[in-house]
Design a protein around this ligand. Structure first.
Ligand SMILES: NC(=O)c1ccc[n+]([C@@H]2O[C@H](COP(=O)([O-])OP(=O)(O)OC[C@H]3O[C@@H](n4cnc5c(N)ncnc54)[C@H](OP(=O)(O)O)[C@@H]3O)[C@@H](O)[C@H]2O)c1
Length: 367
């Protein structure tokens, strides 16, 4: 039984919280919440779980460390407060507590992450004798496990194209996803940070370099491209209302170039409703979204991943999968060597244990 603290209860965190409560091989011993309306409430209330857990949300990081958990699941927003989050995470790691997390998207391929984020976290692991594993669905799964799976079916590869194509219209997250991607921003407004030189590359470039190293090739360069689409008509959706002249779709990619041609592409196509950017790629068969890899080689291999849920929006289903990528690895990471853990280190067959919950702990659907 692993004793676990869930750190944050947002889009991803409330799903990891449900998994920790539900699994009989994990024991929820603490939960962190930063929002004043959440502090002091039972963890069950923060993730729509029916039975109280007796675990009360706190914003006291020291008190959570004092519980001496085996692992902390860190899903607090980090990209808008990176230095504060590095400090918070370092404190936990230096106290000898292992961490799995979805935050710090720069760390999905940890050995290729920028020094500014990798070094302090590595040092904290060394100081505490602890391990850190960061992953997600994208960045994460689509640029690592999905690609590895597709490559296992080919004897030769010419190019690798990975895409997240997702309609975020029904995703109720204007505050972070909307703002970070620049939906609703006019062409004349200040450029959202995502489109500044090097930003996309800093987030997805590590996975491109990791794939290149895995393939045994030396890239000429890793570069980014970004393109925004501004709507001529008003678009109303759950995320927001987009007025004419404002951004309603984006396409951006990180590319690995070999001998002057692009051989590895990690691309996002994100839009608000199907009316946006009608000439860009759509998911197949009317799906809201897809995480796809296409291997051009012998043979051509295409794998399309669709996550969905009977009640929740597919984007929320993606948040469940994001949580799964790290919660499923808790047991393995708790026994891992000290330091940063990359997905390649983890035998994938070793992290399915515990996924079939006992019948008396069937998950209740969120209302
Ligand atoms: N790689 C992937 O596929 C993938 C996919 C989705 C998300 N992510 C990453 O995972 C992380 C969580 O995403 P999310 O969508 O769940 O984010 P979110 O819902 O916007 O925020 C997560 C939580 O962070 C906490 N938080 C926000 N500001 C804070 C502050 N100043 N101090 C302490 N805690 C603060 C809040 O926790 P409380 O509400 O409990 O107070 C909030 O609910 C992000 O870093 C995101 O980039 C990665």
């Amino acid at each position: 039984m692993r004793r676990v603290v869930q750190f944050s209860t947002g889009n991803v965190g409330r799903h990891s919280l449900r998994a920790i409560i539900g699994r009989s091989d994990l024991e929820l011993v603490g939960v962190h919440a930063s929002g004043p309306s959440k502090i002091g409430r039972d963890a069950a209330e923060l993730c729509d779980w029916n039975e109280p857990t007796g675990v009360i949300a706190t914003d006291d990081v020291d008190a959570l460390i004092a519980l001496r958990p085996d692992c902390v699941v860190y899903t607090a927003l980090a990209e808008t407060r990176p230095m504060e989050a590095i400090e918070e995470l370092s404190k936990i790691l230096a106290a000898g507590i292992d961490v799995v997390g979805t935050s710090f998207v720069w760390m999905a391929a940890p050995r290729y992450a920028g020094d500014w984020v990798r070094e302090p976290l590595e040092k904290a692991c060394a100081a505490g004798g602890s391990s850190l594993y960061i992953n997600g669905i994208d960045p994460g799964y689509s640029g690592d496990t999905l690609v590895h799976t597709a490559l296992s079916l080919a004897t030769r590869v010419a190019t690798i194209t990975v895409q997240e194509i997702f309609d975020y219209a029904n995703y109720d997250d204007a505050e972070y996803t909307g703002a970070a991607m620049g939906f609703g921003v006019s062409e004349d407004d200040e450029l959202p940070p995502l489109y500044l030189p090097g930003v996309v590359e800093s987030m997805w470039g590590g996975q491109v370099r990791s794939l290149a190293d895995g393939l045994g090739i030396t890239l000429d360069e890793v570069r980014q491209r970004t393109e925004r689409w501004f709507t001529p008509e008003r678009i109303d959706c759950t995320m927001m209302t987009v007025h004419p002249g404002q951004m309603a779709a984006v396409r951006f990619a990180t590319e690995g170039v070999l001998d002057g041609r692009v051989v590895i592409t990690l691309e996002h196509v994100n839009r608000l409703t199907a009316a946006a950017a009608p000439e860009w790629d759509f998911p197949p068969d009317g799906h809201v979204g897809v995480h796809r890899v296409v291997i051009d080689g012998d043979p051509r291999v295409e794998v399309n991943t669709h996550v969905s849920h009977p009640v929740l929006d597919p984007t929320d289903a993606g948040c469940i999968s994001t949580a799964a990528r790290v919660v499923n690895a808790i047991d393995w990471v708790c026994d891992a060597p000290v330091g940063l853990v990359a997905v390649e280190d983890i035998p994938q067959a070793a992290i399915i244990k515990g996924l079939m919950w006992a019948p008396d702990r069937e998950p209740q659907l969120p209302v």
